[in-house]
Design a protein around this ligand. Sequence first.
Ligand SMILES: [Mg+2]
Length: 211
Amino acid sequence: MSENLSAAAMAQWVRQFATLIAQNREHLTELDAAIGDADHGANMDRGMSAVVKALDDAQPTAAGAVLTGVGMTLISTVGGASGPLFGTLFLRMGTALGDAGEVPSQELGTALRAGLEGVVARGKAELGDKTMVDALAPAADALDAALAEGLPLADAVARASEAAATGRDCTTPMLARKGRASYLGERSVGHQDPGATSVALLLEAASELGR
Ligand SMILES: [Mg+2]
């Protein structure tokens, strides 16, 4: 068990996220077909496949640089809203971790918070708008609270993952107020948000951190 976040640990997280995105590609597409333009699964899978290929070619030696690289790859390979938003999430997380090879596990909370703030600034979405923020914000809150309690990283990440999943589920009855889904008005009610679903997968993918 390591309580430090290394470049290798960050890369493993990212690779696991890519695996979960690939496994859920059709599900994400179906969710986006209901309230968007049916491209979220394909877009995220294309982006994360490019991320894995970049990691295969050259893995940065600093934990933050791994995440920054993911952000740049997503922005350059994924169109629509997801590329810039998930790209910003990773860029801000990576920047928050700084240049050190390894960083203390508590900094994962700082990083996720910075990522959330970047997404909010870029997407102008608030809690309750039926977007990825509805999974990301509760995850950041849960991670901060668990780390402040002194929980080991793995347990703190598990709490954040549960919070993200609950936040994802809470998007179903919401009326979309941002993005393409907002054009549907009342017809957006009753459908789970694809972006929040991908955020829940991101936190699920982090389950090996600290183990
Ligand atoms: Mg879409």
